[in-house]
Design a protein around this ligand. Structure first.
Ligand code: NAG
Length: 207
């Protein structure tokens, strides 16, 4: 009896060890990024199933129109020389009329700085970004609006994770209040982006 309990304990200890090493295997190469780590930031990083991406498949700067992805999500792209782009598609029920589904599409781009203290500052190019809000119910959806909202994160961390069974680089952005982005998985490197210089002047001619 005592022997079988010992055997059971040994088995349990083995299982615990095994699961610990699996956790470690799933989260290798963990790193918190600082100035100088821009090459690790480079790429297009997308949440969930990776259906939302930056670039011309999401936003058309000439017509200032969106191509809505099939599922909601968000994506950030970074170049190692300091440019970024953001795409987001969000779908929410209207709290006052739950039968009415609201959707929000956001696109913006600009320059970023990754500081020595790990803070990541994202500066949009003024008057270039766009936001489109629509509702599934009639009632005059507002037209496309300008959108340029700076973002700041106090920590950017990255690791290798199993994502849909594939070993992928993951990235997470945490702000000063501790709010974390969903895990964003690298789907393109080099990143899939629209031209990084001001597009609005070039295409539309508005100063
Ligand atoms: C990190 O450094 C930048 C640039 O000096 C500064 O703007 C930012 O406030 C600092 N962040 C923290 C959390 O100290």
């Amino acid at each position: 009896m005592a022997r079988s309990i010992q055997l059971l304990q040994a088995c349990l200890a083995y299982i615990v060890l095994l699961s610990l090493s699996m956790v470690r295997a799933g989260r290798q190469r963990y790193a918190v990024l600082h100035a100088g780590d821009e090459p690790m930031l480079q790429g297009t990083w997308s949440s969930g199933s990776g259906k939302v991406t930056t670039g011309s498949g999401f936003f058309n700067p000439r017509s200032r129109s969106f191509i809505a992805p099939t599922v909601p999500g968000q994506a950030y792209s970074f170049t190692q020389d300091g440019f970024w782009e953001f795409a987001k598609y969000r779908v929410t029920p209207n709290p006052r009329k739950p039968e009415c589904i609201q959707s929000q599409l956001i696109w913006q781009h600009g320059n970023y700085v990754l500081h020595a203290n790990g803070t990541l500052q994202l500066w949009p190019i003024t008057r270039e970004g766009a936001q489109l809000l629509t509702s599934s119910c009639p009632g005059g959806s507002p037209p496309e609006e300008m959108y340029d909202v700076p973002e700041e994160y106090t920590m950017v961390d990255t690791w290798i994770d199993l994502h849909h069974g594939v070993s992928s680089a993951a990235l997470r952005l945490t702000d000063a209040w501790g709010n974390r982005s969903p895990s964003l998985y690298k789907i393109y490197d080099p990143p899939m982006m629209l031209p990084t210089d001001p597009l609005y002047l070039e295409y539309i001619g508005i100063p």
